[in-house]
Design a protein around this ligand. Structure first.
Ligand SMILES: Nc1ncnc2c1ncn2[C@@H]1O[C@H](COP(=O)(O)OP(=O)(O)OP(=O)(O)O)[C@@H](O)[C@H]1O
Ligand SMILES: [Mg+2]
Length: 270
């Protein structure tokens, strides 16, 4: 791996300049696919808007862009003289690959794909923001490393990562790889978010399909907190379908969202 994988220097410099419009940049990653990174990113962004914060949300998943579906946003985003203008959806300034290309696949391969996250950062004309939440694609490849290095240049006060994990053994093994990468790259991890932690039962009580304590083990190993635990909740799907406030779709989700926002805001220094 080269020192600067992915995007060329001038793109990385422009990406850093544009990121500087946000007081706080939060990367949401997992390494693993399908564990709920996009959902958690959307819930966090919606809740921060409720707190009166100016929030941007960026989805840079070339192949599996999901945020605009979760938020019910429709494109296209427009390119102006200063770059691509994010669309305002539910109070969130949203930039998503799917708003650029709709449901068509984006033909990004090789070098283009490796530099895509940083290139999108460089091309997006963000307004001044309190928080920019970046929903990362799965994996731990060059596109992610390149983006981490650009954001890391902001220093600890302005940049942190949230790592989403489900308690399943397979997911934890993959998430561990991302945590090791973040440690090697000296990126501050704000904490873990445990998703699909339990399933609430209709008559009361819960089921824990992946057992207990797995994510706590990861937290202990890497010396980081578990900021929130989200249930696997069918009301999420219902709220997405109905276009409702998915971050307040059930008491359990709402509680976890509040824990997450409290953890993020306090660890980013208010
Ligand atoms: N706690 C949950 N309760 C109910 N549904 C959930 C929960 N977490 C995730 N989902 C659903 O599971 C699907 C996958 O979640 P999501 O797209 O957020 O995962 P991801 O990690 O971003 O995936 P990818 O790796 O493809 O980017 C989505 O339909 C999402 O709404
Ligand atoms: Mg996703």
């Amino acid at each position: 791996m080269s020192d600067s994988p992915g995007a060329p220097d001038f793109i990385r410099e422009e990406a850093a300049r544009r990121l500087s419009r946000a007081e706080n940049v939060i990367f949401v990653g997992a390494g693993k696919g399908g564990v709920g990174k996009s959902l958690i990113s959307a819930l966090l962004a919606l809740a921060l808007v409720d707190e009166g914060k100016r929030v941007g949300l960026m989805d840079v998943d070339v192949h599996g862009s999901a945020l605009s579906h979760i938020l019910g946003a429709s494109g296209p985003v427009v390119a102006g003289r200063k770059g691509i203008e994010p669309t305002l959806t539910r109070g969130i300034h949203l930039m998503s690959v799917s708003l650029l290309v709709g449901d068509s696949p984006l033909p990004a391969l090789g070098e283009v794909e490796r530099s895509l996250v940083v290139t999108m950062m460089a091309l997006t004309n963000w307004p001044s923001l309190d928080y920019l939440v970046v929903d990362l694609p799965p994996g731990t490849g060059d596109e992610i490393i390149s983006a981490l290095r650009v954001a890391r240049g902001r220093g600890e006060a302005g940049f942190g990562a949230l790592v989403v994990a489900t308690p399943s053994l397979v997911a934890r093994r993959v998430v561990r790889r991302l945590l090791s990468l973040l440690r090697d790259e000296r990126v501050r991890v704000l904490g873990l978010v445990e998703n699909m932690s339990y399933v609430p039962c209709p008559g009361g009580g819960v089921v824990k399909p992946f057992g207990e304590g797995g994510v706590d083990g990861l937290a202990e190993e890497f010396g980081i907190p578990v900021l929130a635990r989200f249930p696997m909740d069918p009301r999420v799907e219902e709220a997405i379908e109905a276009g409702g406030p998915v971050h307040r779709c059930s008491e359990e989700i709402s509680r976890a969202v509040d824990d997450l926002v409290r953890g993020v805001v306090s660890r980013m220094g208010g």
